[in-house]
Design a protein around this ligand. Structure first.
Ligand code: GDP
Length: 280
């Protein structure tokens, strides 16, 4: 399978992001906790040069907890501030403000020495499509926050969401593009559902997912579908088809249907919390 990405408006998007980044102190980068590396575009390192960096491992509710912890350590070791969360719930989202302040402490002190007091730290959210940027901004900003800028009668521009007296967030996220350095990145993004299914061969995705699960999460498929995992991948999918009544007209297993079922079960965490990128 050859997954292609057509960047379309990407050059314009990058130029806009470069302009926005000039206005901010810290880049808050969202990645999917199930694929922290595959959902990360390393080009942001160049774009965000000189800025404080915070990586949010989002959708942590769907990811393998132990592996998320290992990924947190991985990014910490590389000088990032890191935090894991489920952007849809308010709880772990709230602590982000404190982390932003901590990450920008040097800048705040520098301002203070220059006599600049109470200038809020400005943050911007970035990430590839589908990692939860909008969800995060909505939950994080909540209803209590005041939007600043964009006053009536003034040319439409960026809005800053004031989170508290110390932190402001740009209301529109920067959209990065996936980096398909190798085919496994595209494959993993497709498996988590970040790339439209109709572009892809579902059976091939399910086949790859099956192999990964048997190798890295032994017993999960057996438990969910009551099948024998110690078989060829295609046989495993056939067994799933039979176990779930995915049959063709003559009664033969409908592997396409079973593949779709397996992917749906994975994406909605019915197979459990699973991480596809293994910490290095
Ligand atoms: P964006 O393209 O980065 O802005 O992503 P969205 O905010 O539109 O989110 C993409 C999908 O992921 C939506 O269906 C969200 O409901 C879902 N989502 C976002 N954050 C989380 C999370 O922390 N956990 C789970 N399970 N789903 C999430």
């Amino acid at each position: 399978m050859n997954i292609q990405w057509y960047p379309g408006h990407m050059t314009k998007a990058i130029r806009m992001m470069q302009e926005d980044i000039k206005l901010i102190d810290i880049v808050v980068e969202l990645v999917d906790a199930r694929v922290p590396l595959s959902s990360k575009n390393p080009d942001i390192d160049q774009l965000a040069k000189g800025k404080s960096r915070l990586i949010l491992l989002n959708k942590a509710d769907l990811a393998d907890r132990a592996k998320t912890q290992a990924w947190e350590q991985y990014f910490k070791d590389r000088g990032f501030y890191v935090h894991s969360l489920d952007a849809r719930t308010g709880k772990s989202v709230k602590s982000v403000t404190g982390i932003i302040q901590e990450a920008c402490r040097e800048k705040i002190e520098r301002d203070r020495r220059r006599g600049i007091i109470n200038r809020p730290v400005r943050a911007m959210v970035v990430g590839i499509p589908n990692v939860g940027k909008s969800t995060f901004i909505n939950t994080y900003a909540g209803k209590a926050c005041t939007k600043t800028g964009n006053k009536p009668g003034v040319t439409k521009g960026k809005q800053w969401i004031r989170l508290n007296k110390n932190v402001e967030l740009l209301d529109t996220p920067g959209i990065l593009w996936p980096k398909f350095e190798d085919q496994t990145v595209g494959m993993k993004l497709a498996i988590i559902g970040s790339i439209k299914d109709d572009l892809l061969d579902i059976t091939e995705l399910a086949w790859n997912l099956t192999g990964f699960l048997v190798d890295n999460y032994p017993g999960i498929l057996e438990k969910r579908y009551n099948i024998d995992e110690k078989r060829d991948k295609i046989e495993i999918i056939e067994q799933i088809a039979l176990a779930r009544g995915c049959l063709q007209k003559g009664g033969a297993p409908d592997t396409a249907k079973a593949s779709k079922l397996l992917l749906d079960d994975f994406r909605s965490a019915r197979l459990g919390a699973i991480t596809l990128d293994l910490p290095v």
